[in-house]
Write a protein that binds this ligand. Sequence first.
Ligand SMILES: Cc1cc2nc3c(=O)[nH]c(=O)nc-3n(C[C@H](O)[C@H](O)[C@H](O)COP(=O)(O)OP(=O)(O)OC[C@H]3O[C@@H](n4cnc5c(N)ncnc54)[C@H](O)[C@@H]3O)c2cc1C
Length: 547
Amino acid sequence: MMVRMPLARVAGKLLLPDCRPAPSPACPAAATASSSGSSNNSKPPPPPKKPKNRLRTFARTVLVTVVAGSGYILWRSYDQRHPGEQLPHDPKLPTVVVLGNGWASTAFLKELDNTGYNVVVISPRNYFLFTPLLPSVTVGTLASRSILEPTRFLTRHLKRKTEVYEGEVYEVDPEKKTVRFIDNSEIKGEVSGTEIPYDYLVYAVGAENQTFGIKGVNEHACFLKEVWDAEKIRTRIMDCIEAANFAGQPQSEIDRLLSFVVVGGGPTGVEYAGELHDFLKEDLGNWYPELADKINITLIEALPSVLPMFSKQLIDYTMDSFKENRIDIATKTMVKEVKEKVVVAQNEKKELVEYPYGLLVWATGNTARQVTRDLMSRLSTTQNSRRGLLVDEHMRLIGADGIFALGDCTATNYAPTAQVASQQGKYLARAMAKLHKKEQLLKDLEQAKQAGAEPAKLDSLANAVIRASNIAPFHYSHQGSLAYIGSDKAIADLPVFSGNLAAAGLATYYFWRSAYISQLFSLRNRVLVATDWLKTKVLGRYVPRQN
Ligand SMILES: Cc1cc2nc3c(=O)[nH]c(=O)nc-3n(C[C@H](O)[C@H](O)[C@H](O)COP(=O)(O)OP(=O)(O)OC[C@H]3O[C@@H](n4cnc5c(N)ncnc54)[C@H](O)[C@@H]3O)c2cc1C
């Protein structure tokens, strides 16, 4: 009985709708309805779905999505962690030396088909850093490892074996076509410096922090460029809080220690100020309630407004939002000197003002690295820009043979952004594939000539060489500008057709998050970042000083 009952019910449910549309003696219910004349021949409305059915469908959909999603993640991570066999180093092929593993180089390596080249990567760090999310590391919204991607995770998936050396290049000789580099880590082997030759050099060493030579910046300020900068800031924030909380601390010293000053109103400075505000409001207020109200954030900017690259209404929106969040903005204010505990600046009225600080973060843009300046001085007849390396429209370094320069180390009409650097990297990878094809075709043409091939065959090969030589110049396609401004709000300037869409607020914040999740280079990073965001929402940020 226990088994039969449900079976009979199921059969009834399945059969009933089938027999309704075609009345027949075998289906008395339908026959009665049509003969009574009380209704027309059209289909009776389907019975309303029971909520139980809907729940079941929903549960099945969720189950299928979870199983498919987990399967995909498992398969992708297995694939990532088990790279296949690679072609060996081939001494007959040209050598491409890539300097750096930031946005430009990583995009280049990711796009590159290196079957035709031996590739060597040299960089002082052995990972790629996703800089747009670095401000979130300063307050522990994200863990630093979530936005790092080891370079070998990428190079081990290339078709031909690729060397990766952790080292700092200090000299490029464009005449001899060599680079010299050293191991600048704490532990060194017997060999800690060497020189290697290149046929092609991809020069993408980025830039260093601009201080305008202002006294005291290097000694007293924190920068926000590398992952260790973000970790240092995080430790110092907690140092300031604990020092302010120390027994018997005088009020004036508490006020200074709880003053967080940011110099630079570009996206980095604004995003850091927004993240700091969230940390103070959402977390520190609970654990240090007596200090929370005394904390003060000030952003100093020399220009008349913050975020000059954004549209006017988004600048106003950011200024209003900062005012609401009690973040002070001092525009038209130029820092003159940084002392151990005080920033000295000149305001709009040309008066000298002092900003006491517990922590100072300096984010005022880029300047060329020493190795870049040295390269420029070797090519002084053609390299005369103070902003960086001059390149032609194919990213070739002007005045040198076989060197391509990409990203923040160049002086172009584009802003120094990750978007520009990665598009240049991808462009160069495609250009190098064409270059390889051209060289192969030239060899084929030479061999065909020597073998006395027919004129038609020679013509077709010569035309193929011409086509492969035709490499289009680099063209930048702007995908929009995004910035997080704190309190779950972001701003976005997005190109739409030939116009611009300016958006701000909570929805833009979710757009900002989804845009960055999709741009992260690996599935591993996507999972880690998404998990960190969830952890921060549910469990709060991690307050202890240790990372
Ligand atoms: C906090 C922060 C937030 C940002 N947010 C955004 C954003 O939201 N959107 C955006 O588009 N851009 C953003 N940027 C800018 C963006 O990160 C840069 O424009 C981009 O990193 C430039 O890429 P790059 O490859 O030229 O240089 P980098 O990415 O800086 O890479 C340079 C590489 O060269 C290596 N290197 C340095 N010196 C040497 C040497 N001597 N020898 C060999 N290698 C060397 C470095 O280790 C590094 O691997 C942000 C930058 C920062 C700092």
